[in-house]
Design a protein around this ligand. Structure first.
Ligand code: GUN
Length: 356
């Protein structure tokens, strides 16, 4: 496939795009983001009247990487879940239930929760939703969690993150019964994930989705060098633990890492979860490596009705020419996160009812 585009990945105007601590805090990881330039942009050196510090380069993309189609893999998984749920209902009369607690009015969290609810309905999981005011107390959230812990029709409990700043996330996540911790964020589940010979009851959904994409794309992990970029509790850290459990040799690159590009260039598998648009450049990637892009980052797009579009952490058009396989954004890891949440909820209901 060949197409002429304007380079999307060479700007250094990061601060306009995302509130990400790494942009300010490091010069070790030279996090650079891009401003999307549509070919029709009248003066590509100026967008919204602001000057850009680079010259866009017209170039030809020769994509060689296999595109890992998360959308179709997630659909296949949802279909498998739908038939398992139907079998369970027919055989023992149980329908899995997921409780989702949202605190506050963050638009991104509202969208995620709405999508989770829709996905539950589509596969036959009953969803229970609680929306709490931004200024509610930690005790109120914990009261709802306790109610769901004791409700036999609820098999999974998810508290959408991030929580408002006045709340102690640790107290809230600790309150979730580990047998219903479908997010896998309870410290006991994370601790078991980190230990050899121990099994977590649940594995966090986004990293589990990354591994599932690798498995279902026939990509071996054992013995490979893997680099995870980012060390968040939700993605980076558990992704590294999961890769290690799959017998990869892992390195985590973060905002204090020296020579990150050099380290990333040694990796056979790269998982990027930084929240910085177009951070990972083609020149950072070893030829033939597999690249999983967890980022979903809004960048300005005057041509889009919303005024922005979503891009990954990875400069896709550069990396697709170097890697052997890469996930797109959107349509890569995103749909897998919800598929894994449904899978964890089904697994929980099966375990709680001893259904094989
Ligand atoms: N916020 C961003 N990702 C997640 C997730 O996977 N689970 C929860 N609970 N909150 C999130």
């Amino acid at each position: 496939m060949a197409s002429t585009i304007l380079s999307d990945c060479s700007s250094s105007s990061a601060a306009r795009i995302l509130p990400f601590h790494m942009i300010r805090s490091t010069n070790a990881l030279r996090f650079r983001c891009s401003v999307f330039l549509h070919p029709k942009t009248p003066n590509p050196r100026q967008i919204h009247g602001k000057s850009l510090a680079f010259t866009p380069v017209a170039m030809t993309t020769e994509t060689s990487a296999k595109v890992i189609d998360g959308k179709s893999i997630a659909k296949q998984i949802r279909d498998e879940i739908t038939s398992e749920i139907s079998r369970m209902k027919d055989e023992i009369g149980i329908v899995p239930g997921l409780a989702v607690i949202l605190v506050g009015t963050r638009k991104d969290s509202q969208t995620y929760v709405r999508n989770k609810k829709k996905a539950c309905e589509a596969v036959g999981i009953t969803s229970h939703e609680v929306n709490l005011q931004e200024d509610c107390t930690e005790e109120e959230v914990i009261k709802y969690i306790s109610g769901f812990n004791n409700d036999p029709s609820v098999h999974g409990i998810l508290v959408q993150l991030p929580l408002p700043r006045h709340m102690n996330e640790q107290n809230i996540l600790n309150a979730v019964n580990i047998e219903k911790d479908v997010d896998g964020f309870h410290p006991l589940n994370i601790g078991r994930l980190a230990m050899q010979g121990r099994e977590p009851l649940f594995v966090p959904c986004t990293p589990k989705g990354c591994i599932e994409l690798l498995h279902r794309s026939g990509i071996d992990i054992k013995g490979k060098r893997a680099v995870v970029i980012g060390r968040s509790n939700i993605v980076g850290m558990p992704a590294a633990l999961l890769l290690q459990r799959q017998n990869a040799t892992i390195t985590i690159v973060h905002s204090s890492t020296k020579n990150p590009e050099e380290i990333i260039r040694q990796a056979d598998i790269v998982i990027s979860a930084t929240g910085v648009a177009n951070l990972v450049r083609g020149s950072w990637i070893k030829p033939g490596a597999v690249v999983i892009d967890v980022g979903i980052n809004p960048v300005d797009d005057p041509e889009s009705p919303r005024g922005y579009r979503l891009v990954g952490d990875v400069c896709y058009e550069e990396v697709a020419k170097i890697a052997s396989a890469v996930t797109p954004v959107p349509g890569g890891v995103g749909p897998m996160t919800i598929a894994m949440l449904l899978s964890n909820t089904l697994e929980s209901a099966k375990r709680l009812h001893n259904f094989k």
